[in-house]
Design a protein around this ligand. Structure first.
Ligand code: MN
Length: 201
């Protein structure tokens, strides 16, 4: 990753004259950190998990989406950093563009860092570099601790992580929000409704 040019990869992959996605601009990180889970009906349906870290959204594609069952392991594949304002994006990316397909905000909220060492918080940057990320999510559909663990070498072309719900009050093996709560938390729309309302071009 090119540390000198955050969002370089995001910008290089997109033609902003053709896609309605936000143009890359660095955000100002406040003391509240955002997370978002975007449902993305691209060539393969997946859920993009994004965490605000140092002014950008660190991102993983989770093919099966979030579980509330601590015994479930979900594959998470890192993708390029996204700009902060991407967290509000719902719309239709043209089919011929990178990531072409429909996007809705499946869940969103604030998160906090759960990892400490010697009474001191370990930064998310450090956790990502170490391949062990622990966060507490406060969303509408998912809540509580989630752990992301890298299972391959850092920087591998096919770097892989595993996402697991921690066993806490947000855990519930009987829920399955991916199937029972499929629509947007911001607009209430389904993928089909987003496609219908914003797909015309
Ligand atoms: Mn995606």
């Amino acid at each position: 990753m090119d540390e000198m040019r955050p969002l370089k990869e995001y910008m290089e992959r997109r033609d902003f004259a053709r896609t309605p996605e936000p143009e890359g601009e660095m955000g100002e990180s406040g003391d509240r950190s955002l997370f978002v889970i975007q449902k993305h009906d691209a060539s393969v349906l997946h859920y993009d998990f994004r965490l605000e870290v140092d002014g950008v959204l660190k991102s993983w594609a989770v093919p099966k989406g979030f579980s509330t069952d601590p015994s479930e392991r979900r594959l998470a594949v890192p993708t390029e950093d996204h700009p902060l304002d991407y967290a509000e994006f719902e719309g239709v990316i043209p089919e011929e563009e990178y990531g072409g397909g429909t996007v809705l905000v499946w869940d969103a909220g604030l998160y906090r860092n759960l990892k400490e060492e010697g009474g001191k918080a370990v930064s998310l940057q450090e956790q990502i570099a170490d391949g062990h990320v622990s966060v507490w999510l406060q969303g509408e559909k998912v809540a509580g601790g989630y752990a992301l663990t890298r299972t391959s070498e850092e920087g591998d072309d096919d770097e892989r992580w595993i996402l697991v719900k921690m066993d806490d009050q947000g855990a519930d093996a009987r829920r399955n929000p991916v199937s029972t709560e499929p629509d947007s938390v911001v607009s209430g729309r389904s993928l089909a409704e987003v496609r219908q309302e914003e797909g015309g071009s």
